[in-house]
Design a protein around this ligand. Structure first.
Ligand code: LMR
Length: 406
């Protein structure tokens, strides 16, 4: 008897599965690669590029890789919390050494900032059925799908004024008057993706007051530390905020500031009210890590640990990061001075900026000028160079609109 006669017939499972919608942002990588035109400009996906358009491995990372190759004696498991020393050293960079030692602060290594966000969202979903998370628009393309996939109900609030191409802080606060006690508020720690907005210190304090008075739980996503105003400067506002709120979750990415994109290096911290609460929260975060990826990949986090624990490597990394930051800042100034409608870009921070441009224009720029950007008009400023920026500005000039209300 053949096997097919023994097994009971069953309905074909895969046949009923529909294709997932393609990720429009990641699709740009393939579209740009397939374009044979010379002089094409890629301001799509957010990776840092140097003047020559390359995304090189940082010298500090290369040196740390050599050290790791020489020194590593085992590839045995580390555990769901990953590399504990990595998380400690990174906490010093993010929170400052004093806050980083606070008894209520606990953290673990995660696969990228995305892994951190996913575990954070799952913890929040488990902590209360049907929790709502407030997300300002526009936001990183993966935020809303990720938060919804973890079981949170997403509520959108006003954040960006598309006419002025700037933060509408009053509009944001007014929209959040609808938030209920226990709701979650997603905040970008600095260099907002996609608008390049960093909150002022005063705005951070007002947001802390709002979270305390309305009992909102803050979830902070910080993925660009060091690419806005500087390593310490980009964290100061968030540090002020944390001094005023009793609880928070903070997701961190080393993709951009260490150039470790494909190595998937991130961390998640919980700011809790006490060592005892922190211990319980940490045990849940580890349990969530265990069911998601068991243990995070080691290589990239080991490199960050080596860089941060060696004075010479740390200094090398900091100067490379500073060079990236200054290149982006110079490109922002150039863009901002090229047209009055782009002026806010010079004041905004980090890799990303929103152009006041309609989706049809984005498509036309791709077809006619081989310029690749996200369909909402977001550009990766670091994709430009001093040799391409004037051509870029000339190409977009006739497409600049009076802005869209977000
Ligand atoms: C981006 O926003 O372009 C990057 O953060 C890459 C990504 O994962 O979306």
């Amino acid at each position: 008897m053949s096997v097919s006669h023994v097994l009971a017939p069953h309905a074909p499972l895969f046949a009923g599965i529909e294709s997932a919608a393609p990720d429009a942002l990641l699709a740009l990588i393939g579209l740009h690669a397939a374009d044979p035109r010379s002089g094409k400009i890629d301001v799509g996906v957010g990776v840092y590029r140097d003047e020559a358009g390359a995304t090189p491995v940082l010298a500090a990372v290369k040196a740390a890789e050599h050290q790791l190759l020489e020194q590593q004696t085992s590839k045995s498991y580390l555990g769901p919390e990953g590399d504990v020393q990595f998380t400690r050293l990174l906490a010093d960079i993010l929170f400052g050494t004093e806050f980083a030692r606070a008894p209520g602060l606990v953290g673990l290594q995660t696969p990228g900032g995305t892994g951190a966000l996913r575990v954070a969202a799952e913890l929040l979903a488990q902590a209360g059925a049907g929790r709502q998370v407030w997300v300002g628009l526009p936001t990183w393309a993966n935020h809303i799908p990720l938060l919804a996939a973890a079981g949170l109900r997403v509520r959108e609030h006003r954040f960006f004024d598309g006419i002025r191409s700037d933060l509408d802080f009053d509009g944001m606060i007014a929209a959040l008057s609808e938030a209920q006690a226990g709701d979650i508020l997603l905040l970008h720690g600095c260099c907002h993706n996609p608008t390049g907005i960093s909150f002022s210190h005063d705005q951070w304090k007002q947001l802390a007051g709002l979270c305390v008075s309305r009992s909102l739980f803050p979830l902070i996503d910080i993925a660009y530390q060091g690419l806005g105003d500087g390593l310490r400067e980009d964290a100061v506002g968030m540090r002020l905020f944390l001094e005023h709120v009793p609880e928070a979750l903070i997701a961190y990415s080393c993709d951009k500031n260490f150039g470790l994109y494909r190595e998937r290096v991130g961390a998640l911290w919980a700011w809790t009210r006490s060592r005892e609460v922190g211990g319980r929260v940490m045990s849940q975060l580890c349990a969530l890590a265990r069911v998601n990826w068991s243990m995070p990949p080691d290589h990239g986090a080991a490199l960050v640990r080596l860089i941060l624990s060696d004075d010479a490597l740390r200094a090398s990394w900091m100067s490379e990061l500073e060079a990236m930051r200054q290149r982006i800042a110079a490109l922002r100034v150039h863009l901002g001075s090229s047209h009055p409608k782009l002026a806010p870009i010079a004041r905004q921070k980090g890799m990303f900026a929103m152009l006041p441009i309609l989706p049809d224009a984005v498509a036309a720029l791709r077809q006619e000028h081989a310029i690749y950007m996200a369909s909402n008009g977001r550009i990766n400023v670091a994709g430009l160079s001093e040799s391409s920026i004037d051509r870029f500005c000339d190409a977009i000039r006739s497409y600049l609109s009076d802005g869209q209300s977000a």
